[in-house]
Design a binder for this molecule. Structure first.
Ligand code: NAD
Ligand code: ZN
Ligand code: ZN
Length: 344
């Protein structure tokens, strides 16, 4: 089968032909219908060799959807041909976190060598994807896999972050979204669907700000040195009750804390190396700073239900498997509007 792999440190992703996997006992083989391209893959491909937590080559893609192609021995509950989305942050399945469906927070996964597909285990940007356990699958039903697949990360991650901050997002409150790319443009829609907050979106690109307005941002602000001052002006000097930074670079973390109100939630979702810039004197009094990772299985089911109810409309650019390296290239240069989705 064809797959898109990151094969050696610093190299660009490549289209290769590898053996089609067979499902062992308890596993499920999917024929991939759609796979999303996330900026975290670019972060992984920028790591030096000593910081990589798994061996190469790696088949990329941690947002996956497919139809069930074959069931391993003992698997029940799914039929061949059924359309499903994959919950990516696989845990041990047995600990207290996993028992609550919060496999993204499993403290044992790393020591047991359990890694998400595309982030250590073979990923979804391939013709077939092996899923270790049917509990990682959520039926898609009538949802279009092409627009639903980004919900497994670009939807689930902001959903988890926003849900945690919902108590702060009361009528009259303001939420700031920094970076309105794959995750950010879904975050704006989730904020509008789940909260009465006024949404202010920041980005460095006018095209992304236009997308932000299209998907429901009340105000858009160019993300430069003056951005936090503009947010303060727009909030009568008080700042925002919740700030979601989908870039996480030093300048955006500085903006995030500078535009937060007292007692705000500042959530650094992006992994751009700026998360250390918080603390007394920088962060408003009693503001809470969080760095969440992905979301729970239950939250993925909720996000897909929101999509079914028409509350989120993921903007996608589609690419063939052969063109996946081009999608990564465009994402790297900030040229993707919404999410790039690969159709193998
Ligand atoms: P993306 O490239 O689609 O979007 C990033 C957006 O940020 C783009 O619109 C870009 O124009 C904008 N941007 C860049 N610099 C900016 C600046 N200085 N100010 C404002 N906007 C700026 O990326 P994505 O796939 O949406 O991922 C966003 C971030 O979230 C990445 O760092 C990714 O690694 C991270 N991520 C984290 C988790 C988690 O669980 N914590 C999960 C998924 C992704
Ligand atoms: Zn991701
Ligand atoms: Zn666990």
């Amino acid at each position: 089968m064809k797959a898109v792999q990151y094969r050696s440190v610093g190299a660009a992703p490549e289209v290769v032909t590898i053996a089609r996997p067979e499902p062992g006992p308890g596993q499920v083989l999917l024929k991939v219908t759609a796979a999303g391209v996330c900026h975290s893959d670019i972060a992984v491909m920028s790591l030096p060799a000593e910081a990589l937590a798994f061996p190469l080559p790696l088949t990329l893609g941690h947002e996956g959807a497919g139809t069930v192609a074959a069931l391993g021995d003992g698997v029940t509950g799914f039929e061949v041909g059924e359309s499903v989305a994959v919950y990516g942050p696989w845990g041990c399945g047995n600990c207290l976190m996993c028992a609550q469906g919060k496999e993204n927070l499993c403290p044992r996964a790393a020591e047991l060598g359990i890694r998400p597909p595309g982030l250590g285990a073979p990923g979804a940007i391939a013709e077939y994807l092996l899923v270790d356990d049917p509990r990682h699958l959520v039926p898609l039903g009538d949802l279009d896999p092409v627009t639903a697949v980004p919900l497994t990360d670009a939807g689930l991650t902001p959903y988890h972050a926003i849900k945690t901050s919902q108590p702060k997002l009361t009528p009259g409150s303001t939420a700031v979204v920094i970076g309105t790319g794959g995750l950010g443009h879904v975050a704006i829609q989730l904020l509008r669907a789940l909260t009465p907050a006024r949404v202010i979106a920041l980005d460095v690109s006018e095209d992304k700000l236009a997308l932000a307005r299209e998907v429901g941002a009340h105000e858009t602000v160019l993300s430069d040195r003056n951005a936090a001052a503009t947010v303060r002006e727009l909030t009568g000097g008080l700042g925002a009750q919740a700030v979601f930074d989908f870039v996480g670079a030093p300048p955006t973390v500085t903006t995030a804390t500078a535009c937060a109100a007292v007692e705000a939630d500042v959530t650094i979702v992006g992994i751009g190396g700026g998360a250390a810039l918080v603390g007394f004197g920088t962060t408003p009094y009693d503001a809470a700073v969080r760095a969440p990772y992905w979301g729970s299985r239950a939250e993925l089911i909720e996000v897909l239900d929101l999509a079914r109810a028409g509350a989120v409309d993921v903007h996608v650019e589609t690419y063939s498997l052969d063109d996946a390296p081009k999608a990564y290239e465009r994402l790297h240069h900030g040229l993707i509007k919404g999410r790039a989705v690969i159709l193998p």
